[in-house]
Ligand binder design. Structure first.
Ligand code: PLP
Length: 399
């Protein structure tokens, strides 16, 4: 670590709450490559934790942000925000008619999704939302309550009430969690932070059917899976279900803070002026970036790219798994891929980083890979090469 990075690290420790444990100090990024303060280059298979679908500094996204910043960087919700309207129209067309409420973060979009579910159930006295063990929905108090993981909840009691928990991919456990207060079931199409655990399509379809029978809303948290990461713009498109409400965030704003809660029209119709609100939600620069991200996804065929690169990535990791018994499983969809290992996932992440590849963990045992959707075949091949070398350094030569 150079003196420059050490200085930053010391200031960080002095002035910030120690909520994160950052590793390197990134200076700039282009496409799938980033450079740190020490001039070390990395292939970035984290993409800002699924945030940079088009990679770092995609010229179209950057231009859209800069142009809007020179025109009207902020517009309060007292006035029409042109970009917000255009983005809502675009998302409506792409989703088949959902209406949008824009916010700033994933947790905030989920909060609004739960508020809408409660609004819908109010007359019937229903308000409880069933969520899933190992799920992740954000860090606000209510979303801590929705996130059934001790490490997220511990220390913040008392948490808001109104949530019950079930086991993922287990329809019977959902049935057991339902009661007369239940209004909705909320889940990720792939539990991402929880270890890259895909929902079994039969489970999801059974869940959608159960919701229909019991008069419950189906809420999907697509904050990590949305915007093309799994090979379709929204993961639900490929799973044979249609949610009543769903949320987008991470990749929506091309790196700027932006999230959306999307509601079926009959639920959206419950909202009247003054009910929901947030100062920065749907900020014009963020919406300009989102429109550019959607353009790039379409023009550059990034959905097909996510599928093809996802295969390349999985095949490369499977080949390593065939050599190393320490790799227990490779799973995921598109470019949301997890590799479960025997030891600590963070040791693998560190070894890869030292070798020049950025990846992250998903829980204690899973290494998570989330490259930009437009990563080149060559960059991905090189990254796999480096991952192989890093594993060799960590575990010894393969069998
Ligand atoms: C990241 C994430 C969130 C939280 O988003 P924030 O912007 O950090 O509030 C919620 N749900 C899922 C599935 C996520 O991946």
């Amino acid at each position: 670590m150079s003196e420059k990075t050490q200085d930053i690290a010391a200031l960080y420790d002095q002035y910030l709450m120690r909520s994160y444990a950052p590793a390197v100090a990134l200076l700039e990024g282009h496409g799938s490559r980033v450079t740190d303060l020490d001039n070390m280059q990395y292939i970035d298979l984290t993409a800002g934790i699924a945030t940079l679908a088009c990679g770092h500094c995609h010229p179209k996204v950057t231009e859209a942000i800069v142009a809007q910043a020179k025109l009207l960087p902020h517009c309060s919700n007292l006035y029409y925000n042109h970009n917000m309207v255009l983005l809502a129209q675009r998302l409506s067309k792409l989703s088949g008619g959902y209406k949008a409420f824009f916010a700033n973060s994933g947790a905030e979009a989920n909060e609004n999704m739960v508020k809408l579910a409660r609004l819908w159930g109010r007359d019937k006295g229903k308000y409880e939302v069933v969520t899933f063990n190992k799920g992740f929905h954000g860090r606000t108090l209510a979303m801590c309550a929705a996130t059934a993981q001790a490490k997220i909840q511990n220390g913040f009691d008392p948490l808001p009430t109104g949530f019950a928990y079930a086991d993922y991919n287990d329809l019977d456990s959902v049935k057991a969690a339902l009661n007369e207060r239940t209004v909705a079931v909320m889940l990720e199409p792939i539990q991402a932070e929880g270890g890259v655990i895909p929902a079994d399509p039969a489970f999801l379809q059974g869940l959608a059917q159960l919701c229909k029978e019991r008069g419950l809303l189906l809420l999907l948290d697509e904050i990590q899976t949305g915007m093309g990461r799994t090979g379709t713009l929204f993961a639900w498109e490929d799973l044979g279900v249609k949610p009543d409400l769903f949320t987008l965030a991470k990749a929506l704003g091309g790196g700027l803070p932006l999230s959306a809660c999307l509601a079926a029209p009959e639920i959206a119709a419950l909202v009247h002026p003054g009910m929901l609100g947030t100062t920065f939600g749907g900020n014009p620069c963020a919406c300009a970036a989102a429109l550019a991200v959607l353009d790039v996804i379409e023009q550059d065929g990034l959905l097909a790219r996510a599928k093809a690169s996802g295969e390349q990535l999985r095949e490369g990791l499977e080949a390593l798994a065939a050599q190393y018994p320490q790799i227990l499983e490779v799973r995921g969809k598109g470019l949301l891929v997890g590799m479960e290992v025997e030891g600590e996932a963070k040791d693998v992440v560190e070894a890869c980083r030292d070798g020049g590849v950025l990846c992250c963990t998903a829980g204690q045992r899973v290494v998570r890979f989330l490259p930009p959707l437009n990563i080149s075949e060559k960059d991905l091949a090189e990254a796999l090469e480096i991952i192989g070398d890093s594993l060799e350094g960590l575990w010894g030569a393969a069998e």
